[in-house]
Design a protein around this ligand. Structure first.
Ligand code: ZN
Ligand code: FE
Length: 255
């Protein structure tokens, strides 16, 4: 493991993350939800900000770009096909591209649906992924700029990562997601256990992020279209994955 990840609570329920390459000192902020806590985390660790890696353009993800860039002269990396909405962007990246953060390599995954230009960053050697607002613990992002087909294929792309991959999502939405998840897959025992664990963690103010691909595969209804229990609950027994995903998302929107 060549990188260290520091998780930072920002705004109401956002998480920011610093990724520090121990070999070279290169340090990236994954999104810029709030300048002050990011700067405090950098100061606490004695790290110098060298990069910003944006997942998407929303204010709670790119709102601190300009202030941090002005202060640190760091390089801002974001999606080529959303460059005009990423403040201060210096380097445009596309699906499948691999770039270096110091000595760590980072692969770009285009995962549209929440926004049309949403990307994720996969540190394959370190088994870590930063997924922004695409995949959440027990949930997924709202589809503001995409179709169910797009969002589903984005989620499939993430679920194809190895089970042990740690997934850093950008919001602490897990308890609300759990309350919904158990209504659509009530018989899932792994989910039942997780709901209890989440309640206990949140009662103690402990983050439920990161999660892992394997845990989401077992418990997150948005990536479990094959679940018979889910299919029964939403009345789509034998339905195709996109239809099951779309119906699950619709029910969550109205939950
Ligand atoms: Zn967003
Ligand atoms: Fe967000």
């Amino acid at each position: 493991m060549s990188i260290q990840v520091k998780q930072i609570s920002c705004l109401d329920d956002n998480y920011g993350f610093l990724v520090h390459d121990t070999a070279t000192g290169a340090t990236a902020s994954i999104d810029t939800p709030e300048v002050e806590p990011i700067n405090k985390a950098l100061a606490d660790e004695g790290w110098t900000l060298t990069h910003i890696l944006n997942t998407h353009h929303h204010f709670d993800h790119a709102g601190g770009n300009e202030a941090l860039k002005a202060q640190w002269s760091c390089q801002v990396i974001g999606a080529a096909n959303d460059a005009e909405r990423i403040p201060g962007i210096d380097r445009q990246v596309v699906d499948g591209e691999v770039f270096e953060l110091g000595s760590a390599s980072v692969q770009v995954l285009e995962v549209p649906g929440h926004t049309s230009g949403h990307i994720a960053y996969h540190f394959a050697d370190d088994k870590v992924a930063f997924v922004g607002d695409t995949l959440f613990a027990l949930g997924c992002g709202r589809m503001f700029e995409g179709t169910a087909e797009q969002m589903w294929s984005s989620l499939e792309k993430l679920m194809a990562l190895p089970d042990e991959t740690l997934v850093y999502c950008a919001h602490e939405y897990t308890q609300a997601n759990a309350a919904f998840a158990i209504t659509v897959e009530p018989d899932n025992q792994a989910l039942q256990a997780r709901v209890e664990e989440i309640a206990s963690l949140r009662a103690q103010g402990i983050p439920t992020v990161p999660t892992s691909i394997g845990l989401e595969r077992q418990t997150n209804p948005f990536v479990r279209p094959d679940s018979g229990n889910l299919q029964q609950t939403i009345d789509l027994v034998g339905g195709d994955p996109v239809a099951i995903f779309a119906e699950t998302r619709k029910r969550k929107d109205h939950f």
